[in-house]
Design a protein around this ligand. Structure first.
Ligand code: HEC
Length: 262
């Protein structure tokens, strides 16, 4: 292609080393932000692991009552005694931080939630339960099973001012990074179609990701846009970086002037 200033392959060793160092550091930074996301936002929805609910929770907030509490208050199961029901309801309504402590508190004896559940629920809610009336697909055998259903969620979205500050730093930082890699990738010897497609994904991904933060704030259905955009951006950026790194390893062309295609 005409009009190209130079190609990375024409650079000397020192310039190549320098660019390689910068690109590798940037890739490291991208990986680190992925790890940070997991550690910082992984339990945003009060459940472990980074899922789309964490994105919803962060930008939009989530309000959903404990399914266990709802089901007990609706009178399920009919066989449960009033006193046991009241004990479970009281336990679920208590301090969320001590839910697990009081779950199998030995001091409570047969009044401990774990005991009440074992006696009143497990005939139908064990993985091995069978029969028409049972629900083995909703197990309540272990604390992890129960916890998933016990927790009420009332998560405030991120503060608008913080989101604005975060948009400011991320938009400027990530876009600058993207532009730098874009220029480098366009100076490689890789087919222009390949570079252009990756570039389109990277750029549109970033717009979707950061724009999606604000859209999700208004409507949590946009959380998928944030996730898809983020994946597209980080995937595109990483691939473009790899193309640049590989290109830096290529030998200098013999006669750069006879070169016609780009
Ligand atoms: C006689 C069998 C039986 C017993 C005993 C029983 N359940 Fe269930 N439970 C079911 C069935 C069947 C379902 C599924 C109902 C449905 O899908 O509509 C269910 C559903 C549930 C659900 C899910 C409700 C939802 O909205 O998804 C919860 C929570 C639950 N049970 C809690 C309990 C607890 C706590 C106990 C004990 C205190 C208990 N169950 C005792 C049969 C039972």
């Amino acid at each position: 292609m005409s009009g190209r200033l130079f190609r990375l392959r024409e650079l000397g060793v020192l310039a190549r080393l320098g660019i390689a160092g910068l690109v590798i550091t940037m890739l490291g930074g991208t990986a680190a932000s992925g790890v940070y996301l997991h550690m910082h936002h992984g339990d945003r929805d009060q459940r472990e692991g980074l899922t789309i609910d964490d994105v919803r929770a962060h930008y939009h907030g989530i309000v959903s009552p404990s399914p266990l509490l709802e089901s007990l208050e609706s009178g399920h199961p009919e066989t449960l005694g009033d006193r046991d029901r009241a004990l479970l309801v009281e336990w679920l309504g208590g301090d969320p931080a001590s839910l697990s402590l009081r779950y199998d508190d030995l001091d409570l004896g047969a009044d401990a939630p774990a005991e009440i559940i074992a006696v009143g629920c497990l005939e139908c809610h064990a993985r091995s339960s069978s029969g028409n009336e049972s629900a083995p697909e909703i197990p309540l055998e272990y604390w992890d099973d129960v916890y998933e259903l016990a927790i009420s969620k009332d998560i405030r979205p991120v503060d608008g001012e913080i989101l604005a500050a975060s948009t400011h730093t991320h938009a400027l930082g990530m876009a600058s990074m993207g532009i730098a890699i874009a220029v480098l990738a366009l100076l490689t010897s890789w087919p222009r179609v390949l570079v252009s497609m990756l570039l389109a994904g990277t750029g549109l991904g970033l717009v979707a990701d950061i724009g999606g933060w604000w859209l999700t704030r208004m409507n949590d259905a946009f959380a998928v846009v944030v996730v898809a955009g983020g994946l597209l951006f980080s995937g595109g950026l990483s691939l473009l970086s790899l193309l640049v790194l590989v290109d830096l390893l290529l030998p200098k062309p013999k006669a750069a002037s006879t070169e016609t295609q780009g």
